[in-house]
Write a protein that binds this ligand. Structure first.
Ligand code: SF4
Length: 224
C-alpha cells in the first residue's frame, strides 16, 4: 500500500519511491535532517495542544498502522464533536494519517496538515492534495449515518503553518486540493506501477536529487 510520504517521494523521483518500498534500509538521513524532523514534530505538538480534548490515535495504537482506519471509523461514529490526531484513512490503495481532524456535531469535518514553515511550498500543496483526495472519498463510507451521528463530510482542509513570529497561520487549500483530484489519481496509478516493478528504476542523478528535499538514497545511487 502507498502512503502519503511515499506519494511525496514518488513526486520527487520514482527510483526513490521504489527504494522506499523495496529497500528502505538503504536510506540515510543526515543529522541536520533528523533535527528538522524533530523541530517539525514540536511545532505540530504545539498546535495539537490547542485541542485539549483531542484523541491521539498514534499513542493508542503505536506502530499498528493497519488498525488506524478501524479505530478512526469507530471514533468518528461517536455523536457530537470529535477531534482526532493521526486519523487514518485508506482509499485507492493509499493510506494517509491526518495531523488534526475536527468533526463537528453536524458532521462537518475540518482537517489540518501542520508544517513548521513560514512558506506554503508546492510540496505542501501536493501533501494536502493527496490527503484531501483520500479522506474526502473514504469519509462517507467509514460511518453509518443515523439520527444521532450525521454522515461526516470534509468541508475544509487547511495547511497550518507559521509566520516569522511563530504564530499559527491557517491557509485554506480546500478548493486547490479538490481541483487536483484527477492529477492526484493519475499520480497514484503511476506510483502503483512503479511499486510493482521487479527491478530498480535506472533514473540518473541530477538536480532533482536535492529538490525539494535531499534524497536519503544519495549514497546508494552514487555507489550504484
Ligand atoms: S539520489 Fe536521486 S536518482 Fe537516486 S533515488 Fe534519490 S532522487 Fe532518485
Amino acid at each position: 500500500m502507498l502512503s502519503k510520504s511515499k506519494y511525496i517521494r514518488g513526486l520527487q523521483c520514482e527510483r526513490a519511491l521504489w527504494l522506499d518500498i523495496r529497500h528502505p534500509e538503504l536510506a540515510h538521513y543526515p543529522a541536520a535532517t533528523l533535527a528538522r524532523f524533530r523541530q517539525g514534530r514540536d511545532f505540530e505538538r504545539s498546535f495539537k495542544e490547542t485541542f485539549p480534548h483531542g484523541i491521539d490515535i498514534s499513542s493508542r495504537l503505536r506502530g499498528r498502522i493497519g488498525q488506524y482506519p478501524v479505530l478512526t471509523a469507530q471514533l468518528l461514529s461517536q455523536p457530537g464533536e470529535v477531534v482526532l490526531f493521526e486519523a487514518g484513512f485508506v482509499y485507492d490503495g493509499v493510506l494517509v494519517l491526518a495531523d488534526v481532524l475536527h468533526k463537528q456535531a453536524d458532521g462537518n469535518v475540518t482537517v489540518y496538515e501542520v508544517k513548521d514553515s513560514p512558506h506554503v511550498s508546492d510540496t505542501f500543496r501536493h501533501d494536502v492534495a493527496v490527503q484531501h483526495y483520500v479522506i474526502a472519498h473514504a469519509l462517507p463510507s467509514v460511518v453509518q449515518a443515523d439520527l444521532f451521528c450525521p454522515l461526516p463530510e470534509l468541508r475544509h482542509f487547511y495547511l497550518l503553518h507559521r509566520d516569522d513570529a511563530g504564530n499559527f497561520v491557517p491557509e485554506d487549500l480546500t478548493a486547490y486540493a479538490q481541483n487536483q483530484w484527477d492529477t492526484t489519481a493519475q499520480h497514484i496509478a503511476r506510483f502503483k506501477q512503479v511499486a510493482a516493478l521487479a527491478d530498480e528504476p535506472t533514473t540518473p542523478m541530477s538536480d532533482h536529487c536535492q529538490n525539494p528535499y535531499t534524497c536519503p538514497y544519495h549514497r546508494h545511487c552514487q555507489q550504484a
